[in-house]
Design a protein around this ligand. Structure first.
Ligand SMILES: O=P(O)(O)OC[C@H]1O[C@H](O)[C@H](O)[C@@H](O)[C@@H]1O
Length: 575
């Protein structure tokens, strides 16, 4: 019998197996592929924690897999010493199916180990969990969320004491502990009432909210110079953004905010959209209808755990979508012009972006003498520099962002922040509106000044075991046989982040890349255009990021199409 089949049979014999999960397994008895997908491996505990499809199986999100990871995390925390463990763990959850249940279970597992827990009483945005870890000076944090994945998913993000997500050092320790634990062990020995009575379980309600709102409002830069009647359509996409985003906007005095009713209340089935990811502008369909009806200026969507935000703008009566790079560039320009004008820009100010985020933001930062650092994809890597500079004081972190619509202004929390980003976006749009400009007008001014940058991210979705294998093949084969020079763009440099080596294509000369190793490869041309290829770490996708630059918009767009066509042709030919 195959190992996965054995594992399947084993689950069926566990006397304490959850009745719903057991039923699910009995129903798939003759579905070989389904059994294989559920049991051929353990759901991996990567540096982003766990993320997977809900259901029965070792490769699924369920109480056993989540429980074992929590016990392992508890052991890692305890190994740091009694004092560290006594700092406790903050736990939050999003709107998803099983999120509140998992959150409470994790709390009781840790409590049963004697570790105190600060458990949010209802859903909260991811940035607030990061904030809570710092607020309570916790040892760690857990957030039950699958961010923007489809409704069948859930996930488990782990934070460390600075309030940012754990990196591979801690993740590997958790993984090692997981390896020593029995999946079906009963890890809870305390009832909720007992845990509360013992002072181990603290239910968190308004206390952190108020402090979080206050800090968020403090990032405002030009409050009195803003048209607060700017028309805003906002959708939380049935996630955690509704209350915090609206509270902050209301308290800041924005009077013309319209919420997409169908997407207002938390609902993990996401009844209006198949894919609750505002990066995909299909998620804006209902917002667009509302915007045209109420005559809005700007449309804002946050993803279900409200750590990311996407924007559309009404320009001459038509709705235009901005991508993550464009929003990042607008925020950078707004922060730097405002701080310079007000004399609040620190001398050692620095920003951080990922290696697959565009270079226009760096060009603007340079103009203001602000250093831009590049790190691997993952906001944990961006915030790791913020953490480091807390100690070294070498730089003052003012902003971090990624093309995948994650932004973080200031350092009071250490993750992407859809609440703070919404505030800055509303303020920016209102400030420019007062000057008779839209965000698109400002973006066009920036292109005039810094050159025409264009970009596109293309994701090829390849699901299941087969998909995963093909993604691996694509990464290996493309390295051997890439598209080379494309049109008038001559390939000059290939940077392989797996070997940490950059190769000059013309001379063959190699140089080292000072960044952690990861499976990504970047191709640079002689005209400043470049593209990168990497497998997604959160979804079954391979991602192609293309960046072009030229002296006219048209040329930059043509180059984009040319590169995209050629690279996709090669990629699709790898079966
Ligand atoms: O491209 P992926 O690996 O799927 O990651 C997409 C995004 O996922 C998470 O939200 C990370 O925190 C981000 O930093 C990352 O950009």
């Amino acid at each position: 019998m195959n190992d996965y089949k054995k594992e399947y049979e084993k689950w069926l014999t566990v006397p304490t197996l959850d009745a719903d999960l057991k039923k699910e397994l009995e129903e798939i008895g003759n579905k070989e592929e389904d059994i294989k997908d559920r049991f051929y491996c353990d759901l991996s505990f990567g540096t982003a924690g766990l993320r997977g499809i809900l259901g029965a199986g070792t490769n699924r999100m369920n109480r056993y897999v989540v429980g074992r990871a929590t016990k392992a995390l508890g052991l890692v925390i305890q190994k740091q010493g009694k004092e560290f463990a006594a700092k406790g763990v903050a736990i939050a959850h999003d709107c998803r199916i099983m999120s509140p249940e998992f959150a409470k279970m994790c709390a009781l597992i840790l409590n049963s180990m004697g570790i105190p827990v600060y458990l949010f009483d209802s859903l909260r945005p991811t940035p607030e969990l990061s904030y809570a870890v710092r607020y309570y000076h916790c040892a760690a944090g857990i957030n039950i969320t699958a961010s923007h994945n489809p409704k069948i998913y859930n996930g488990y993000k782990v934070y460390w004491e600075e309030g940012s997500q754990i990196k591979s050092d801690i993740a590997n320790q958790v993984l090692e502990e997981i390896g020593n634990l029995d999946l079906f062990e009963e890890n809870i020995s305390l009832k909720e009432e007992e845990a509360v009575a013992k002072g181990l379980l603290h239910i968190v309600n308004k206390e952190v909210d108020e402090s979080f709102y206050e800090k968020t409002m403090s990032i405002s830069l030009r409050d009195s110079e803003v048209d607060k009647n700017i028309g805003i359509v906002y959708t939380p996409l049935n996630g955690a953004g509704n209350i915090p985003v609206r509270t902050v906007l209301e308290r800041m005095g924005y009077t013309n905010v319209h919420i997409v009713k169908e997407q207002e209340m938390p609902d993990g089935t996401f009844p209006t959209i198949a894919y609750p990811n505002p990066e995909d502008h299909a998620a804006f369909a209902l917002s667009e209808e509302l915007a045209l009806k109420v005559g809005a200026d700007v449309l804002i969507a946050t993803d279900p755990d409200c750590d990311r935000l996407a924007v559309e703008v009404v320009q001459n009566g038509k709705i235009e979508a901005l991508n993550g790079n464009q929003v990042g560039v607008l925020i950078i320009n707004y922060l730097l012009t405002s701080m310079t004008e007000k004399g609040t820009l620190p001398n050692n100010a620095a920003m951080v972006k990922s290696i697959v985020t565009g270079e226009m933001g760096s060009a603007i930062a340079k103009e203001y003498g602000v250093k831009m650092f590049n790190v691997l994809t993952g906001f944990k890597n961006i915030c790791a520099l913020s953490n480091e500079w807390d100690n070294t004081k070498e730089y003052t972190y003012i902003f971090g962002y990624e093309e995948s619509i994650g932004y973080n202004v200031g350092s009071y929390l250490r993750d992407k922040d859809g609440v703070g980003a919404t505030l800055i976006l509303a303020e920016m749009a209102g400030y420019y509106k007062k000057q008779g400009k839209t965000l698109i007008d400002v973006l066009n001014e920036l292109y005039e000044k810094y050159g025409y940058y264009r970009e596109d991210t293309i994701s090829i979705v390849l699901e299941g075991i087969e998909g995963q294998e093909r993604i691996k093949r694509m990464m290996v084969e493309y390295r051997k046989n890439n598209a080379g020079s494309i049109g008038s763009s001559n390939l000059i440099k290939v940077t392989d982040y797996l070997t940490s080596e950059s190769t000059n294509v013309l001379t063959g000369e190699k140089s080292a890349v000072e960044i952690e190793k990861t499976d990504a490869v970047e191709f640079a041309f002689d005209d400043g255009c470049w593209y990168s290829l990497r497998p997604s770490g959160t979804e079954p996708k391979i991602k192609l990021y293309i960046y072009t630059k030229a002296d006219t918009a048209e040329k930059a767009e043509d180059k984009l199409t040319e590169i995209k066509t050629k690279v996709l042709e090669v990629l699709h030919s790898i079966k």
